[in-house]
Write a protein that binds this ligand. Structure first.
Ligand code: GAP
Length: 498
């Protein structure tokens, strides 16, 4: 784990963004609780998404479906049969791994070697260096790239045909060692279903197996007709929802990046068959623009087309974000065809069709899905905002203003009654519209530092002059510039900032 990532994790705990679940019992692996600031940030991300997807689009509506669903839902969706990860254990360390991730990590190591060669050549040749040409002509780079391509191709072939023996063979062929024991003493590769199973009903005889949903999407599919009929939406239209999902992940790593209980923000966009390529491209662009519009750095995002497709997908890509541990999936855009609706039709025996009056035809709609993990988005925002400014001797959380848990802090410089009265009046007035924080304790410097560290964009200070000149000081988090603003102009000033 990088030093930066370790710092971000401890920052989350120190300031009450995120705690380990049931920490007093030493925590529960890959399960986390959001603290007072965490829940504010999370709610702001949710609102930002909901506004962009549901409120700003006349043809997208929202729902909130239940976590428990009829077990046939998961038979139909393919999750009972195909929602598996290949796992492998090292017999010496007794550590368990996802076999495909082990191989991917190995590929990453080879890629790092290529990058090292490129860096060296860059230093050697300076401005004359041409990376493209170097990649095409340097024998060592070519050999390594060939090695990577062969491994990827072999791995994808095995994964697609569920050839577990083939994956084991590949792991042996590339002499993959366990990162803990350093040995190649592996078990066979086995499939592991990621769904959590429990029982519904209190009676042993009559209770039946039920699953915690591994994605929110199925709640949308099974409600397609309910929503379409009650809202009278015409295709193309979308259904969105935000909710919890559960996956019994084999390896729990990277803090809230991969959790066993997490939240998704998903939207299924129902379209005419044959229009899927066009809409797939449309949603790819639209979703990427959403990330950029937040004010996060463009260069931290990239698309990655899937080579190994999920059981439901016709084509799919990830929007990846540059986390401190590399570019990783943040959001998925999937072209799901009519797979899910057809499957639910089969299993339920109910007709799920849409009558398109424009073309006078009935059909099962195709679907483009956008699916983003709320917790991953939370982590991306934190990673992109966390700064250590040595020159100003401060830790800064440069969150987009819209997402900041607290928008404005109000401080009386001292505990003097007259300053406290003015500060309280300001707080009461602006807290109606913006989430505010009030504090009297500690030096003003310390109070500013604390707000910088949690990402509060503005601090208002009432000082000894305020009563006389009817002005306060407003300090900006990013520039640290302080401006004198008249008491009756505070709201106007704030309005201009947000
Ligand atoms: N309905 C489609 C679907 O669930 P997915 O790619 O498996 O697709 C979508 O998941 C998003 O959910 C991912 O891009 C990621 O942001 C988030 N996600 C998936 N598994 C997660 C986990 N274990 N912990 C946190 N977020 C997760």
């Amino acid at each position: 784990m990088s030093e930066l990532f370790k710092k971000i994790i401890s920052h989350c705990k120190e300031y009450g963004f995120i705690f380990n679940s049931s920490e007093i019992y030493d925590g529960l692996s890959a399960v986390y609780d959001y603290g007072p600031l965490g829940v504010e940030l999370k709610n702001n991300i949710k609102s930002y998404w909901w506004d962009a997807m549901v409120k700003r689009n006349k043809n997208i509506v929202g729902i909130d479906s239940s976590i428990f669903m009829h077990p046939n839902t998961w038979k139909a969706s393919g999750h009972i049969d195909a929602f598996n990860d290949p796992l492998i254990d090292n017999k010496d360390s007794k550590k368990r791994y996802r076999a495909d991730e082990l191989i991917e990590n190995h590929i990453e190591k080879i890629e790092n070697k290529i990058n090292k060669d490129i860096k060296k050549a860059k230093t050697k040749f300076g401005d004359n260096f041409n990376e493209k040409e170097f990649r095409k002509t340097n024998q060592r780079v070519l050999d390594r790239q060939k090695q990577i391509n062969e491994i990827i191709s072999e791995m994808n072939k095995c994964l697609q045909s569920e050839n577990l023996k083939g994956i084991k063979k590949l792991i042996e062929k590339i002499e993959l060692k366990c990162p803990v024991s350093g040995t190649c003493n592996w078990t066979e590769v086995r499939q592991f279903n990621l769904m959590f199973k429990t029982k519904i009903g209190s009676n042993q005889e009559t209770s039946s197996d039920i699953y915690l949903r591994p994605e929110t999407a199925q709640g949308i599919f099974v409600n397609f007709l309910n929503v379409q009929k009650t809202t009278r939406q015409k295709i193309p239209f979308g259904i969105a929802q935000i909710g919890k999902a559960f996956r019994n992940e084999i390896i729990a790593r990277q803090f809230i990046f991969r959790m066993r209980e997490f939240e998704q923000m998903e939207m299924q966009f129902f379209i005419r068959p044959g229009e899927e390529d066009e809409w797939y491209e449309y949603w790819k662009e639209k979703r990427m623009n959403w990330h950029i519009s937040l004010g996060l750095r463009k260069e931290d995002f990239s698309f990655k087309e899937h080579t190994k497709l999920a059981h439901y997908a016709k084509s799919a890509c990830d929007i990846e974000f540059k986390f401190p541990f590399g570019f990783k999936e943040l959001e998925g855009i999937h072209s799901r065809s009519d797979f899910d609706l057809i499957q639910h039709q089969k299993l339920s025996g109910k007709k799920i069709k849409y009558f398109d009056s424009e073309i006078n035809e009935s059909f099962t709609p195709f679907v483009i899905e956008t699916s983003i993990g709320l917790d991953r988005m939370f982590l991306a925002c934190l990673c992109s905002s966390f700064k250590r400014e040595e020159n100003n001797n401060r830790i800064l959380l440069k969150l987009p203003y819209k997402l900041a848990p607290i928008k404005i802090a109000v401080f009386p410089l001292t505990k003097d009654d007259s300053l406290v009265n003015i500060a309280n009046n300001i707080y009461e007035k602006i807290n109606k519209k913006y989430n505010c924080f009030y504090e009297e304790k500690d030096s003003i410097g310390k109070r500013y530092r604390r707000q910088d560290a949690i990402g509060t964009p503005l601090c208002i200070t009432v000082d000894n002059e305020s009563e006389k000149d009817q002005k306060v000081t407003i300090r900006n988090r990013d520039s640290m510039i302080q401006e004198r603003v008249a008491l009756n102009k505070i709201e106007e000033y704030i309005e201009g900032c947000f």
